[in-house]
Each structure stands twice: as structure tokens, then as C-alpha cells.
Design a protein around this ligand. Structure first.
Ligand SMILES: [Zn+2]
Length: 225
């Protein structure tokens, strides 16, 4: 499979609700796999779930349901009714319902014999992940910070709160754009500073005296001496 397995239940939950998650569930028992897209609404209060129909990425994702972040049914997969492109009791719906119900427990769990995979892209911004820790969790370092994911303290902080706390910290699109612009600006500044320092270093190299007027022989003598 062209992806990366998420081994921790908390990381799987944070990834699933990061806003632009593409998550593949694999049953170790049967080998069955389904790929889902879990996309946050603009307000972040609802996540829409669709699944990849067929084995190739060229096929569209089909809507099957949603997950609310508050209310009595929060943190549960709700079938999308007549708009859903798969039956309530189809395997594809049952698999995500079962998985989400485990991940959103106060102490998240990964069900036995279930593997959770991501595609090597950040679940929040969609950029390709390169840092090993990010590949482990599915969230880039910047997005993990922005989502309030703090690996060292995460479990103790989270366990006291209801599931899906991560949404409260999830910035909206505008905020994301602002943060990305900021990161770009910082990068440009760093590059310009490096250019400037290089130029200074080059300009401060002293010219050898008489180099311009001296003959080639003279230069050779000086440098071989
Ligand atoms: Zn990201």
C-alpha cells in the first residue's frame, strides 16, 4: 500500500478530524479496505464523510454521512439518509461507524485487527509529509501545533475532556491561509538574509594588492612563495 500506518489511537483520532483527512481502514482479519475522506465544514462543527468507490483514485468520492462535534450524537458517524451513496448497513458504513465510535471515546481506542492508514499527506493542509514524526501521525509539524496537538502532554490533557477536543483548536480556512502566508513570508525573509550575508562575505574578501597591475609571473611567484 502506498501509505503509512498510524499506530496510536490518539494520533488516528487527531488525524481523522484534522479537516482534510484521507484515511484508509484495513481489516487484518479479512483484508478488506476502504478509503474515506473526512472533511470539516467551514464552521468545523460537522465533518462530512465520503468514501472512495472502486480501487482507483480516479473514481470520485461518494458521500455517505457525517459526524457532528456537539450534541447528543456528537462523535458518532451518522448515515446521510437519502443523499448517501451507500446503504446504512453496508460494510463501508459499518466500518467507519465502528472505527469512529472507538476513536471518539474519552480514551480513544484502535479496534483490534484494524489498521488505520494515511496517504503521506497532512490531514489538515494536504501537503506532502516529510518529517518522520509527521509521517507517524499524519499531521505536519506546523499543522499539529496549530491544531493544539502536543505529543508529550497530549494524553493527560485530553483524557479529562470529552472526545474531539481538537476541533476547538482547528483554524478555519481564512486562518489557515494567514498562517501559510506568514510561513511563506518567514521563508522569504530567511532566504533574503542568507543572500545578503553571502553578498557581504563575498564583498569583504580583500583584493590581493597589485593583483590587477601585476604580471602573471609576479602573481605566480607570490603564490608559490
Ligand atoms: Zn499541514
Amino acid at each position: 500500500m502506498n501509505g503509512h500506518q498510524i499506530k496510536s489511537a490518539e494520533a488516528a483520532r487527531d488525524y481523522a478530524f484534522a479537516g482534510k483527512a484521507i484515511i484508509t481502514l484495513v481489516s487484518e482479519a479479512t483484508g478488506t479496505r476502504y478509503t474515506y475522506k473526512i472533511t470539516a465544514s467551514d464552521s468545523g462543527r460537522v465533518h462530512f464523510v465520503s468514501y472512495l468507490r472502486g480501487p482507483d483514485n480516479g473514481n470520485d468520492y461518494c458521500y455517505i454521512g457525517f459526524i457532528r462535534q456537539s450534541g447528543s450524537d456528537s462523535g458518532r458517524f451518522i448515515h446521510g439518509g437519502v443523499k448517501a451513496k451507500a446503504d446504512r448497513d453496508s460494510l463501508v458504513c459499518r466500518a467507519i461507524r465502528w472505527t469512529i465510535s472507538h476513536l471518539t471515546r474519552p480514551t480513544p481506542e484502535l479496534p483490534d485487527k484494524l489498521q488505520v492508514w494515511h496517504e503521506g499527506r497532512c490531514g489538515k493542509c494536504g501537503k506532502r509529509l516529510t518529517v518522520p514524526e509527521s509521517i507517524e501521525t499524519g499531521l505536519g509539524p506546523y499543522c499539529a501545533r496549530a491544531a493544539g496537538v502536543r505529543p508529550a502532554k497530549r494524553s493527560s490533557v485530553r483524557s479529562a475532556k470529552p472526545a474531539l477536543v481538537v476541533k476547538e483548536h482547528t483554524p478555519d480556512d481564512q486562518e489557515m491561509a494567514r498562517m501559510e502566508a506568514e510561513a511563506d513570508r518567514e521563508q522569504t525573509q530567511r532566504e533574503e538574509q542568507a543572500k545578503f550575508e553571502f553578498k557581504q562575505a563575498v564583498e569583504s574578501v580583500p583584493e590581493p594588492p597589485e593583483a590587477a597591475s601585476g604580471s602573471l609571473d609576479e602573481l605566480r611567484r607570490r603564490f608559490s612563495a
